[in-house]
Design a protein around this ligand. Structure first.
Ligand SMILES: NC(=O)c1ccc[n+]([C@@H]2O[C@H](COP(=O)([O-])OP(=O)(O)OC[C@H]3O[C@@H](n4cnc5c(N)ncnc54)[C@H](O)[C@@H]3O)[C@@H](O)[C@H]2O)c1
Ligand SMILES: O=P(O)(O)OC[C@H](O)CO
Length: 334
């Protein structure tokens, strides 16, 4: 049973999950990159920068000292933006005790290495810790978890006992946790849906309607499933919470940062301008590069991912992108 948790990352998701653990009576300490965030959590029991309007458990503490955050922890939650996970968890590794339960809740594919977080963590953590690592994903806006809205997620691990322990640590009456042994499916579903959500936002920003959204979500899932299968994922995972579940939430939910980036792109704003005005991370932007590169490497056709990449990084006009997708060579659906 988990008695002491360290949450490495004090953004929206780290704060919501740390608050959930602390609310269960687990002694929980967060590591924050930003001193003002740690101060707000310790003194105001709130994180207004990343989780506005949510009061936090008074027992929840935060520090910028990694050793202090990890001291005595039997569960470590890695929940930084994916492009800094390698660096942050390398810093955390020397403070992690043998046999610690490592849970990762970040969603993304690293540029260049093209690794999802399981691959990144395997390179920076001891083999035994990485082998039993768990990956939490599914349709879960931090703000709604913070408000206690009923939510369901999947935790995948190659180690069944570790998955069961992580399930027990996070399960509450409003946070239902399923287990899975399909790490690849859970990781790829959670990462590539962010790229499709940017496309869904573009469609919204251009003023199109439900027909276009439904087509995009369905064909987006086909791309995710094709890539997943090429990389060893179980297609049933992609038909579950970490696949279609999270894809629907992120493509349709107004709280999504990725969808918001797309809406603004569709309205004609430049990427630099959009990102310059955002405090939080939109993982789909960097993952668009990685997903496109993975598609090329595996020979998997991913035209929506390709279009998002080109709108973000190659100046493709959204109107032209839609036209190109609609006028691809006619084909059978499956
Ligand atoms: N927010 C959500 O609703 C949600 C839900 C599920 C999964 N996730 C995933 O959780 C991960 C974390 O996202 P978030 O939403 O909590 O982040 P966020 O955008 O709310 O906050 C960004 C965090 O990154 C930190 N940071 C910035 N630069 C850093 C650096 N150089 N080194 C270390 N830390 C740095 C900031 O201090 C802050 O804690 C992402 O992979 C995201 O996809 C988020
Ligand atoms: O706000 P987004 O787009 O980063 O999505 C957050 C979560 O991944 C939803 O499950």
């Amino acid at each position: 049973m988990t008695s002491r948790a360290a949450v490495v990352g004090a953004g929206s998701w780290g704060t919501a999950l740390a608050n959930l653990l602390a609310g269960k009576g687990i002694d929980t300490v967060m590591w924050s990159y930003e001193p003002d965030v740690a101060q707000a959590i310790n003194e105001g029991h709130a994180n207004p920068k990343y989780l506005e309007g949510i009061g936090l458990a008074p027992s929840l503490r935060a520090t910028t000292d990694m050793g202090e955050a990890l001291d005595g922890a039997d569960l470590v939650l890695s929940v930084s933006p994916s492009h800094v996970v390698r660096q942050v968890m390398s810093q955390a590794a020397p403070f992690m005790a043998d046999g610690v339960l490592l849970v990762s809740a970040s969603k993304g594919i690293e540029n260049d290495s093209l690794l999802t977080m399981d691959g990144v963590l395997a390179e920076v953590l001891p083999a035994s810790t990485a082998h039993s690592a768990c990956f939490l994903s599914g349709p879960s806006f931090a703000l709604e978890v913070g408000k206690g809205f009923p939510t369901a997620v999947t935790i995948a691990s190659k180690d069944e006992d570790a998955a069961n322990r992580a399930q027990a640590a996070f399960q509450t009456s409003v946070f239902r946790v399923y287990t899975s042994d399909d790490v690849a499916g859970v990781e790829l579903g959670g990462s590539v849906k962010n790229v499709i959500a940017i496309a869904a936002g573009v469609v919204e920003g251009m003023g199109f309607g439900f027909n276009t959204q439904a087509a995009l979500i369905t064909r987006g899932l086909a791309e995710i499933t094709r890539l997943g299968q090429a990389l060893g994922a179980d297609p049933r995972t992609l038909a579950g919470l970490a696949g279609i579940g999270d894809l629907m939430l992120t493509c349709m939910g107004g709280l999504s940062r990725n969808r918001t980036v797309g809406v603004e792109l569709g309205r004609g704003r430049s990427l630099d301008d959009i990102l310059g005005g955002m405090v939080m991370v939109a993982e789909g932007v960097k993952t668009a590069r990685s997903a496109r590169d993975l598609a090329h490497r595996t020979g998997v056709e991913m035209p929506i991912v390709e279009a998002v990449h080109d709108m973000l990084f190659a100046g493709l006009d959204p109107r032209r992108a839609v036209e190109q997708l609609m006028l691809r060579e006619p084909k059978a659906e499956h």
